[in-house]
Ligand binder design. Structure first.
Ligand code: DGL
Length: 299
């Protein structure tokens, strides 16, 4: 029991999107250690299908348990939650698991026009889990659901510096314009969409592109803060909460990428104000096994 509180909380996403959740987690739980894994070498997940995403989720969970001894796991990815959380709960019965779902329930409480837009990956928005979630809210609001193929991938690539990142930023703007344009009229008048649920963790980073398209009064709803609160509750229940003094502002954090570490470093600096030295490359094999390679330090 004495060693348990020093173990980190694992957080993972297909890429940099889950950093939006990590930001909320660090604010809510400043005494905790975190290890974040961006599976950028195998991203995007959104258009890949459930079997692939579930296999990645299990390989990453095995890795984070074996190599980092995580005490809980936040699946900071709507797509992975939809595809794999159910199976993961029976595969890892003793590991506290926190998943994400598009924040349609909070959106119902916020909307005044009764018309809510939901954007997310195809994997999330066509999942049985999401279908059941919407069915549970039947009659409480109207939902305009828009899968955004390619958007998470464009946001991911827009993070770094240089011409290809600039190209990806333009692609992000164009995709946002196309998808938001297809959803109808946004605003606070009757019949307009007054609430937009960001059903993919990457999309918070596209807020500068989304905001001008929907106007200043439309609410953008994301999941980082509620998920951080839920994580606190779960840790408290399991007597796993760390109470000591934070070792550094926001708590110590290690960021790992199975893909382009420079991209993760740029995102960590830009959105969490974290130094490049927090980031490292890692390889997590497609098939989970017991011989996890050592973490290689990024240049
Ligand atoms: N950020 C992920 C999510 O919340 C998925 C992005 C992707 O890889 O397609 O769904």
């Amino acid at each position: 029991m004495t060693s348990t509180p020093r173990r980190p909380i694992g957080v993972f996403d297909s890429g940099i999107g889950g950093l939006s959740v990590l930001r909320a987690l660090r604010a809510e739980l400043p005494h905790e250690r975190f290890v974040y894994l961006a599976d950028s070498g195998h991203a995007p997940y959104g258009e890949r299908g459930d079997a692939y995403v579930a296999a990645r989720t299990h390989a990453i969970t095995d890795y984070l348990q074996a190599a980092h001894g995580i005490k809980a796991l936040v699946v900071a990815c709507n797509t992975a939650t939809a595809a794999a959380i159910h199976e993961a709960r029976s595969r890892y019965p003793t590991l506290p698991l926190i998943g994400l779902e598009p924040a349609v329930k909070p959106a119902v409480a916020l909307t005044r026009t009764g018309r809510i837009g939901v954007i997310g990956t195809r994997g999330t928005l066509t999942s049985r889990k999401f279908e059941r979630l919407l069915a549970s809210l039947k009659g409480q609001a109207e939902f305009v659901v828009q899968p955004c193929d390619g958007l998470a991938h464009a946001i991911e690539r827009s993070t770094n510096q240089g011409p290809s990142a600039q190209q990806a930023a333009m692609e992000t703007e164009a995709l946002c314009a196309r998808y938001i344009g297809a959803m109808g009229v946004f605003g606070t008048q009757a019949g307009q969409i007054d609430t937009l649920v960001l059903g993919c963790t990457h999309y918070l980073f596209a807020e500068p592109a989304l905001r001008p398209l929907v106007g200043p009064q439309v609410r953008l709803v994301e999941t980082g803060v509620p998920v951080a609160r839920q994580t606190r509750r779960l840790l408290e229940t399991g007597a796993l909460l760390e109470n000591g003094a934070p070792a550094e502002p926001g708590g110590p954090v290690q960021l790992l990428s199975t893909g382009d570490v420079a991209q993760l470093q740029a995102a960590a600096r830009r959105w969490l104000d974290l130094p490049a030295s927090c980031c490292a490359a890692v390889s997590v094999p497609a098939m989970a096994d017991n011989s996890h390679p050592e973490v290689a330090v990024a240049q």
